[in-house]
Design a protein around this ligand. Structure first.
Ligand code: PEP
Ligand code: CO
Length: 446
C-alpha cells in the first residue's frame, strides 16, 4: 500500500466536499486549526478501542447516540445536559435490563457536517446550494448564507471544545453519579409509560445501593458508581478539518485524529479507493463505516482489509442502515463475508437513515415502529448467524420534540409541526428514546 500521511487523501477522488469559494482562505483556516490544541488525547482513543474490542467479542453493547447535526444556533448548556441525561437513562435501562456493560458514545462535540444527496435544493422555487451543516454554511434558505465559509471550521472547533468540556465536567463531576438516576428523568418523560418504567428501575438501583451500604461496602471509594466514561464521535466528512486536527502521538509515534475519540465514514463516502477511506486508514482511532442496502460482502471485506489490516479488535465498527424491510435480506451476506474473512468487527444497527420518509404535510420523518422493526430484524439476523448484535446508533435529543412518529405517547402526523426543531434529520424525543432502550434491553435478554 502507498505511503500514508495526513494529506495523502488529497491524491484520491473525494466526495461531498464543499465548493469553498476561496482556496487560500481555506488553507489559512486549516493552518490555524493545525496550531490549536487537540480536543481529545490519543490515550483516550486507545482506551475506547479496547472497550469496543470488548463489544466486538460479545461482552458489551454499544450505544451511539445524539443529534443528526449539531447546531450553531440551538446550542446551550441545557441542551447538552438534556442530551447527556437521555443517553445516561438509556444506558441504565440497557445495562439493568440486559446485565451487559454499555459503552456510551455520543454523536456530539463535532457532529456538524452533513453529506447531501444533491448539491442543490429548491426552496419556494429558488435553487440554492444545499445546506451542508453549520461547519460549512447556514441552513437559512438565503443564497448568500449558503456559500461555504471556512471560518465556520474554527467556530465548529470552539463549539466542540466547550461542549466536550461540559460533558467531561458532567460525567466526572457528580452529575453522572448513580445516586442521581432519578434526577436524570425529566418531567415530560416521568409522565409517560417509558418514564414510569424508568422510575421503577431507578428505585431498584437506589435500593441496591442502600443494601450495599448497609452491608458495609464503601460506595464512596467505588469510582465506577460516581462517574462514567463518555466518548465522542462524528462523521469525518470535511477532510481539511480532520487533517488539521490529526496529530502524532508522542508516546507511540502513531497518528490520531484528535477531533473526537471515534470517527465514522458515511454511506456516501465509503469508496474503498476514495479520499475518506484513505484518510482514516492512517489514524489509529476506532473508526466506523456506514453500510447501506447496496453494499456488497466484497466491499465490506475490502474496507476491513484497508482500514484494519492488523485485525485489531475494536478498531472497526460496521454500522448497517438497511431499512426495516430490507435488513433481513441485505445484512446476512455482509456478516457472512466478513466472518468468513476472519475480521474482528463490531456490528451496529443504525435504524434511522434508511427509514426516513416525507409525511403528507411535507415533514421529513421516521416512524418509531420502523426504527424498532429494523432493530428487531438486526437482532434476528445475528441470532440466526450466531454473531453478536453489538449496538445501536440512533439520532435523538433530550428535548420534547415532535419529529418522529409513533411511540407509546404517540406522535401523529398532525403533531409534527408543533415542535419540529432539528437542523437536519428527525430525532427521537426523550420518551421515544427511553421506550426504545426498554425494547432493545428485551431483545438483548432474549
Ligand atoms: C448520518 O449519520 O447522519 C448520515 C448521513 O448517515 P448515512 O451516511 O448512513 O446516510
Ligand atoms: Co442523520
Amino acid at each position: 500500500m502507498s505511503e500514508w500521511s495526513p494529506r495523502s487523501w488529497k491524491d484520491r477522488p473525494v466526495e461531498q466536499q464543499p465548493d469553498w469559494p476561496d482556496a487560500e482562505a481555506l488553507e489559512r483556516v486549516v493552518k490555524s486549526l493545525g496550531a490549536l490544541p487537540p480536543l481529545v488525547f490519543a490515550g483516550e482513543a486507545r482506551k475506547l478501542t479496547a472497550k469496543l474490542g470488548e463489544v466486538a467479542a460479545g461482552r458489551a453493547f454499544l450505544l451511539q447516540a445524539g443529534d443528526c447535526a449539531e447546531s450553531f444556533s440551538d446550542y446551550s448548556a441545557d441542551s447538552i445536559r438534556d442530551k447527556l441525561k437521555v443517553i445516561l437513562q438509556m444506558a441504565v435501562v440497557l445495562t439493568y435490563g440486559s446485565g451487559v456493560p454499555v459503552v456510551k458514545l455520543g454523536r456530539i462535540a463535532g457532529q456538524f457536517a452533513k453529506p447531501r444527496s444533491s448539491p442543490t435544493e429548491t426552496v419556494d422555487g429558488v435553487e440554492l446550494p444545499s445546506f451542508r451543516g453549520h461547519i460549512v454554511n447556514d441552513d437559512a434558505p438565503i443564497a448568500a448564507l449558503r456559500v461555504p465559509d471556512p471560518d465556520r471550521l474554527i467556530a465548529a472547533y470552539h463549539q466542540s471544545a466547550s461542549t466536550l468540556n461540559l460533558l467531561r465536567a458532567f460525567t466526572t463531576g457528580g452529575f453522572a453519579d448513580l445516586s442521581q438516576v432519578h434526577a436524570w428523568n425529566q418531567e415530560f418523560v416521568t409522565t409517560s409509560t417509558a418514564g414510569r418504567r424508568y422510575e421503577a428501575i431507578a428505585a431498584e438501583i437506589d435500593r441496591a445501593l442502600r443494601f450495599m451500604r448497609a452491608c458495609g461496602i464503601e460506595l464512596e471509594a467505588e469510582a465506577s458508581l460516581h462517574q462514567v466514561d463518555f466518548w465522542t464521535s462524528h462523521e469525518a466528512l470535511i477532510l481539511g478539518y480532520e487533517e488539521a486536527l490529526t496529530r502524532e502521538d508522542s508516546l507511540t509515534n502513531d497518528w490520531y485524529d484528535c477531533s473526537a475519540h471515534m470517527l465514522w465514514i458515511g454511506e456516501r463516502t465509503r469508496a474503498v479507493d476514495g479520499a475518506h477511506v484513505e484518510f482514516l486508514r492512517g489514524v489509529h482511532n476506532p473508526v466506523g463505516v456506514k453500510l447501506g442496502p447496496t453494499a456488497t460482502g466484497a466491499e465490506a471485506v475490502a474496507l476491513c482489509e484497508t482500514l484494519n489490516p492488523d485485525r485489531v479488535p475494536g478498531r472497526i465498527t460496521l454500522i448497517s442502515r438497511m431499512g426495516a424491510k430490507t435488513v433481513e435480506t441485505a445484512l446476512p451476506p455482509l456478516i457472512q463475508a466478513v466472518s468468513d474473512a476472519g475480521h474482528p468487527v463490531l456490528w451496529v444497527c443504525d435504524p434511522m437513515h434508511a427509514n426516513t420518509f416525507t409525511s403528507e404535510n411535507g415533514r421529513k420523518t421516521r416512524h418509531f415502529e420502523d426504527v424498532l422493526g429494523e432493530i428487531r430484524g438486526f437482532f434476528a439476523v445475528h441470532k440466526a448467524l450466531g454473531t453478536w448484535p453489538g449496538g445501536v446508533h440512533v439520532e435523538l435529543t433530550g428535548d420534547d420534540v415532535t419529529e418522529c412518529l409513533g411511540g407509546a405517547e404517540e406522535v401523529f402526523e398532525d403533531d409534527l409541526p408543533l415542535r419540529y426543531t432539528t437542523t437536519c434529520d428527525p430525532r427521537l424525543n426523550a420518551r421515544q428514546s427511553i421506550d426504545l432502550a426498554f425494547r432493545v434491553a428485551e431483545l438483548l435478554r432474549a
